[in-house]
Design a protein. Sequence first.
Length: 257
Amino acid sequence: MIAAPERLQWRFLFTHTPGMTTPVRLAKRLAEILPCSRREAELYIAGGWVRVDGLVVEEPQFMVTEQKIELHPDANLTAAEPVTILLHQPADIGANPSAALQLIRPETRVAHDPSGIRMLKQHLLRLTQHIPLESGASGMAIFTQDWRAARKLSDDAATLEQEYIVEVAGNLPPEKLKLLNHGLTYNGRALPPGKVSWQNETRLRFALKGVQPGQIAHMCQSVGLQVLAMKRIRIGKVSMGKLPSGQWSYLMLQERF
């Protein structure tokens, strides 16, 4: 169970008759009291619209006896839409999707998430990662339940532009900066043109399509630079913004990669 968000104004609707001590599934009890079908009761519960003794319960199989049961006045039977989650993945996670997934918890959601999406436990289920960060990099990681987002990220991975901020050490004359933009090879193939420029005295901004694992480090080494840190801040049209390290937010409904 999780505590109900303060912004939801609950009102007491019903409680079970005292003296009934045989535990039953919450979905069955809710269906009896409303009344409604068992499927409708399950949708209310999974949608985060039901509280038991003041706490939101999202599991239809939760067992109840004489507890106080409340339904939110705005409750509806619309099934929750699948979500996409943006995580600011720390560098020490590495290329390990399981470790990154463990960071996506209620307590690590960024305060004042601009998406306005009401968080549900089901949003943390069946998340798959796409275009993962390489080992040693930090920044924007994408996890989704939405087949539309998954298809876009899979089918267009080679054409979606990714933006990185790379901290480097070493000297970079103008002619070698031109090489970073176009003229290098990787794994025996010529790299397509990119956009590489100085962000400040020690950091380069890379905007590249179809980034391959190890490619940016190889590009830097090819022109005599050492990579000290690497952070991805954008994929396609979606930017990580000011999301703090180790925290996550929902992709807003109007955002598209």
